[in-house]
Design a protein around this ligand. Structure first.
Ligand code: DGT
Ligand code: CA
Ligand code: ZN
Length: 581
């Protein structure tokens, strides 16, 4: 069992306890433990196997350590089974709907006997939900549309979660001596923000033993289908994995085919036909019937290497992130593929938190971690006071932080520390910090953390007003969405980005894999509108600085080049550009 599954079970326990009305401290203990487990860098199952003492971890007491041990060894938690006698497990799903939570789920259950999504949908359609105290017509409508969206995205896993399963699985497959190479294709290779399943290729002469090895992977829950060169399994985590075994001569062709996207492939195939060629997952062939039963018919032109496959179609190799049929083939044909941004081009991270607000590491520790990554500069941007639960800073506290910043600057000349803040945008578009303080900051980020549900016109006006404040530099996580969890705010993003472009305010690509906000399509639009773009991690601990890779990958999907991203500039130029009107 991987850490995120353990964390999910602990979250489930917390949800059930909350619905049951247990002691808030007990509920909190499970939530805290779930967070620690989810963010723990190494698999806890290994620690358990090695007999490590889990109580040395923060928020993990004796009971919690016992639960984790039980989960790792038995794959289930007896406490959860016990709790489910009192509260139906299916209620947990309700608490995951945006705007519901445990309190409301409890009310729906107790007053309307609703225990799952289907029953909730029926009750809302019958108009019964609106009648409950504290719900009303509007909430009822919202519930119906949330259920619909929830169903639509069901079954798509966040890329960061998929990474947790894919990396060990690939390692396992590579242990087999008969496997020459393992490749991950599909949307995972294109680095899409969510994936429906994982498409693996194993390069090997003989498929059968590889299939057997695959099926005996300990994390496999069920082999859904198994043929000569292809099998599909379901992992215990609920992720579906397809494996195809491909001979070396078809390595490149199969990789291109299964990387997709489907739309990109269709274009490539048409291109092949125009050249009197046939493109398939086996290779590029000249002659032979297009609909032939024999995939090897005709003269073999290319297939072992992906670049050669593209060359056979008179194209340069196209980076997987671009293969969405958004004009990449046409641009490649003209030899004008963008010089996509890479992680090495990033010279500084512009959003992170420290122990001054809700970060887990001290300011100086964050500095050392940024310097160790080779950054030239970084910004400390703790929360402002309205976010009381994050320990947001008021002016007095911020002044205290500045004293510490001066001391730290005096001790470190290896990196430039920008004095910043992530200032909340209040309901009417005012900022949660006085002008006199704003003026003294090196960098001002603004973001919405409340009233996500304002009417669109009001939301647009609110954000635009905040952007026009003369001290503001960056609009952080502009849409507020959290993947699979919170929908983007309803507002006119185009108008807001236009306003940002005119006000010399950059828009952020928040690299956190739960957010990736702006997304690829929105970033393309931002560039079109002339917005400056920055990529930041929103790190809350040093380990989060690594999440920059997810941001860079999404930026690549948006065709961004280093010149499109402000924090690829050397420090002096960066500061000049940041402060340019
Ligand atoms: P996903 O799984 O929804 O996140 O997205 P993909 O792109 O991984 O889609 P998937 O798993 O259905 O298929 C993997 C790749 O295989 C896809 O990107 C292109 C290729 N492929 C699958 N079916 C077809 C097809 O009918 N025609 C063509 N040309 N390619 C296909
Ligand atoms: Ca796929
Ligand atoms: Zn934040």
């Amino acid at each position: 069992m991987e850490n995120i599954e353990i964390a999910r079970v602990l979250q489930d326990v917390a949800d059930l306890l909350e619905i049951k009305g247990s002691n808030p401290f007990r509920i909190r203990a499970y939530r805290n433990a779930a967070q620690v487990v989810a963010e723990h860098g190494t698999p806890l199952r290994k620690s358990v196997e090695e007999g490590a003492d889990l109580t040395e971890l923060p928020s993990i007491g004796k009971d919690m350590a016992r639960h984790i041990g039980e989960l790792v060894t038995d794959g289930a938690l007896s406490l959860l089974a016990e709790l489910s006698q009192a509260v139906p497990l299916s209620l947990i799903e309700l608490t995951r709907l945006p705007g519901l939570g445990a309190k409301r789920a409890k009310k729906l259950w107790q007053e309307l006997d609703v225990t799952n999504l289907d029953e909730l949908e029926a009750a809302a359609e019958a108009g019964d939900v609106a009648g409950l105290a504290g719900f009303g017509e509007k909430t009822q409508e919202k519930i119906l549309s949330s259920i619909e969206r929830y169903r639509l995205r069901q079954g798509r896993m966040k890329l960061v979660d998929a990474d947790q399963y894919v990396v060990p699985l690939v390692e396992y497959l590579q242990e087999d001596q008969r496997v020459q190479q393992v490749e991950v294709a599909g949307s995972y290779r294109r680095r899409k923000e969510t994936v429906r399943d994982i498409d693996l290729l194993a390069i090997a002469e003989d498929a059968e033993p590889v299939m057997k090895h695959f099926a005996s992977y300990p994390e496999v829950e069920q082999v859904a289908s198994s043929g000569g060169t292809r099998s599909t399994v379901l992992l215990k985590a609920g992720l579906q994995v397809d494996l195809r075994v491909v001979p070396p001569i078809s390595h490149g062709a199969a990789l291109a085919y299964f990387t997709g996207s489907k739309e990109h492939n269709v274009k490539l195939r048409m291109r092949a036909i125009k050249r009197g060629l046939r493109l398939s997952e086996y290779g590029v062939f000249r002659g032979g019937e297009d609909e032939s039963d024999d995939p090897w018919e005709g003269e073999f032109v290319a297939g072992g290497d992906e670049t050669e496959v593209y060359e056979a179609l008179d194209l340069p190799w196209i980076p997987p992130e671009l293969r969405e049929n958004r004009g990449e083939i046409e641009v490649a044909e003209r030899g004008e593929l963008p010089d996509l941004i890479t992680i090495d081009a990033i010279r500084g991270d512009l959003q992170m938190h420290s122990t001054w607000s809700d970060g887990k590491d001290s300011l100086e520790t964050m500095l050392e971690a940024c310097a160790a990554r080779g950054y030239e500069y970084f910004a400390i941007t703790d929360h402002s006071k309205v976010l009381a639960m994050t320990g947001g800073l008021d002016s007095a506290k911020l002044r205290e932080q500045w004293v510490e910043i001066e001391e730290i600057r005096a001790r470190h000349d290896e990196i430039q520390l920008l004095r910043g803040m992530e200032v909340d945008i209040l309901t009417e578009g005012e900022l949660d910090l006085g002008d006199e303080m704003l003026e003294q900051l090196d960098i001002v980020l603004i973001s919405v953390h409340s009233r996500f549900d304002l009417p669109a016109a009001q939301q647009t006006a609110r954000i635009s007003r905040a952007i026009q404040h003369p001290s503001v530099n960056i609009l952080a996580h502009p849409t507020g969405r959290q993947i699979n969890r919170r929908d983007p705010m309803q507002f006119d993003l185009d108008a807001v980005m236009q306003c940002a472009a005119e006000s010399g305010v950059a828009v952020e690509l928040n690299a956190h894999p739960d957010r990736l906000d702006l997304n690829d399509v929105q970033l393309m639009r931002a560039r079109e509108l002339g917005c400056d773009i920055v990529i930041s991690t929103d790190a809350h601990r040093t380990a989060d600085l690594d999440l920059i890779s997810y941001g860079v990958e999404q930026a690549r999907r948006a065709w961004l080049q280093p010149t499109d991203v402000l924090n690829t500039l050397p420090f002096d130029e960066f500061v000049k550009r940041l402060n340019a009107p």
